[in-house]
Design a protein around this ligand. Structure first.
Ligand code: GCU
Length: 622
């Protein structure tokens, strides 16, 4: 009982302290919006002087020394010690680390500021301030008033701007961003990636009427037998829409012009469920990534976007897409443009990273280890790449801390809420390589069950732990009870032994589920050529993959369902300090930090091509 009481208090504490943001508006690009991207001003504030006074007490709202207040001196006699002006300029979106050498390793507070005028489209509308992501903690102020705060570096959030706060001209917008790492956060203090800080994704003003469709979902009804539906050419679609406030008696229409479909549904309270049939849907798949323009309307307000319809499921030891077995020809990707050493965020960035995956003959990407930008998942929809999307419950999280579980649940909810209409996403992952213990498995299984509850139409996974004793690799991580596939990271031949050991490796797997290698890889420096036994050579990395692939094909002929090598491109990590071969880079990329393809890239590209050709030959025989 005492434990329950503590958890309840902890949860309340996190929620109350969170100045919780408003429910997320999905698909801002499909609504009336104005971008606030561009040049902002900044103050670097490692001592949080803008937040605390000299006694380190939080400054009162009207305090002239608070950095959320406009301190423009009104004449030569006025004293002020902060301000926002050139040349202290910073680009939004964008991490600060890559914008100025002083920020390369900076972990702390940076204040961002810009002015904006009320958009003409805001007349008679409600205005929300929307952030694609801020790493890690954001406190948002407008005209000296706090709108709220958000924690979590990779998920979107928004605040409704009180009407009385918005001025016609020169609205003074300030965001305090703090990217410090903390043991009780998600992720925790220890990660093998760069802690890029800042307003790393788009910022927008979103204009909506008093009553609007805040969130919605439309998909192939997960309960239907997709093979029978394909035979009949008749499909069941289901979904829902959630309004920002009760609108009983009103109706929501769903329109798919290409299918000559338009249906109306009466709202109950603040939401409405959709169920209707559609003929001749072109199902979404990597080979044919068909997307339909879908328009949701409430009165004269509408929001539309492109949605693909497909069904993903598991059957025994196989992954099934639209009724047929699918092998995931994957690659893991960090959200980073290696040539410019910066966080990826734009459509152009997404096309670069996912274009490389397509060149590799992939049909799937593992977006590690956190939700990537909405541009990545939308481009994956259009390119036909299945996606593994993951929350950064990574390594040594504080599994026994109820507040940390609340934070993980919040990030999981935010990830699913933003992207549940993305056909490309087939897997929600609740974490990566978390050390096995009863406390951890309770924590992780809670997340796995919650993911299923949030969205029963996709597979739930996590990168499980592999045990090793008496010469056998044991895949019996108790978390595997709660995931739809057995996904694991393993580095036999890099962190243990050599690639030759793959030939005699023994495995035992405790689960009759599809077996997916969510990570495997070795470092290779582009241009370093040597005997294949020389560590960090391209030849070693190539040899590693040759041996690994043989091992999985031989050991798991009936359950081996895919692989997503670690990793597409070399990436920055403060943990990689070999002065000759790493210098702050993890060089397991199949592509170098300068965008050059290594021998291992071509080895995997040929391997995937062989699989494609084999599948085509098998299909032609049918
Ligand atoms: C781990 C981890 C990755 C890390 C990789 C490596 O499996 O999941 O985040 O970068 O190993 O050691 O390179």
């Amino acid at each position: 009982m005492k434990k329950l009481f503590i958890s309840a208090i902890a949860i309340l504490g996190v929620l109350l302290s969170a100045n919780a943001q408003d429910a997320l508006i999905v698909n801002t690009q499909g609504r009336e919006h104005v971008s606030l991207n561009g040049t902002w001003h900044y103050i670097v504030d490692p001592y949080d002087t803008g937040f605390y006074d000299y006694r380190f007490k939080e400054r009162p709202e009207k305090d002239a020394g608070a950095y959320w207040n406009n301190s423009e001196p009104k004449g030569p006699t006025q004293w002020t010690e902060h301000g926002y002006k050139a040349p202290y300029n910073i680009q939004v979106p964008g991490d600060w680390n890559s914008q100025d050498h002083q920020f390369l390793y900076y972990e702390g507070t940076v204040w961002y500021q810009r002015n904006f005028d009320r958009p003409s489209a805001a007349v008679g509308k409600d205005v929300y301030l929307y952030f694609g992501a801020v790493n890690y903690e954001a406190h948002v102020y407008l005209n000296g008033k706090k709108l709220g705060m958000h924690k979590g570096g990779f998920t979107a959030f928004n605040f409704k701007i009180p009407k009385e706060l918005l001025k016609d001209k020169d609205n003074f917008l300030v965001v305090r961003v703090d990217n410090r790492r903390h043991a009780d956060e998600i992720p925790t203090v220890n990660t093998d990636w760069w802690n890029y800080g800042g307003i790393t994704r788009d910022v927008e003003l979103v204009m909506v009427p008093e009553h609007f469709i805040q969130q919605y979902n439309l998909q192939l009804d997960p309960s239907q037998d997709i093979v029978a539906a394909k035979k009949k050419g008749k499909y069941k679609l289901s979904g829902w829409a959630k309004m920002n406030a009760p609108a009983a008696g009103a109706k929501v229409s769903v329109e798919i012009p290409e299918l000559k479909l338009k249906k109306e549904f009466a709202i109950q309270g603040d939401s409405v469920a959709f169920n209707f049939e559609a003929n001749k849907i072109g199902l979404w798949s990597p080979e044919s990534p068909k997307l339909y323009q879908v328009k949701f309307a409430l009165g004269n307000e509408s929001v539309s976007e492109k949605i693909g319809f497909r069904k993903i499921e598991v059957s025994g030891k196989k992954i099934i897409l639209n009724g047929s077995q699918v092998f995931l020809r994957g690659i893991s990707i960090h959200e980073e443009i290696p040539q410019q050493i910066r966080r990826a965020h734009s459509v152009k960035d997404a096309n670069q990273l996912l274009g490389w995956a397509k060149e590799l003959n992939c049909n799937m990407v593992r977006l590690a280890h956190y939700p990537h930008s909405e541009n990545m998942t939308r481009v994956a929809d259009s390119l036909g790449l299945m996606v593994w999307s993951e929350i950064p419950v990574y390594w040594t999280i504080e599994f026994g801390n109820p507040e940390v579980l609340v934070k993980a649940k919040k990030q999981l909810t935010e990830m699913v809420t933003r992207d549940r209409n993305r056909a490309s996403i087939i897997i929600w992952s609740v974490g990566n390589e978390t050390p096995v213990s009863p406390t951890r498995t309770t924590f992780m299984s809670t997340l796995a069950k919650m993911a299923k509850k949030l969205d029963g139409s996709r597979l739930v996974s996590a990168a499980l732990e592999v045990g090793y004793n008496e010469g056998v690799n044991h895949v019996d991580d108790p978390l595997g009870e709660y995931t739809d596939i057995v996904a694991l990271n393993e580095y036999l031949g890099w962190y243990r032994g050599t690639p030759a050991d793959c030939r005699t490796a023994k495995w035992s797997v405790a689960y009759d589920k599809p077996f997916f290698i969510s990570e495997t890889g070795a470092e290779g420096n582009f241009g370093f050529h040597a005997d294949k036994t020389a560590r960090f050579s391209e030849e070693y990395q190539e040899w590693f993959y040759q041996e690994q692939i043989k091992m999985f094909e031989n050991q798991f002929p009936d359950s081996y369902s895919g692989i997503s090598p670690w990793i597409l491109a070399d990436f920055r990590s403060p943990k990689r300090n070999n002065p000759t071969y790493q210098e702050g880079w993890n060089t397991k990329g199949l592509i170098s930090k300068d965008g050059q393809k290594k021998k291992a890239f071509y080895a995997m590209q040929a391997y995937y091509k062989k699989i494609v050709d084999k599948e085509k030959a098998a299909n032609n025989k049918q």
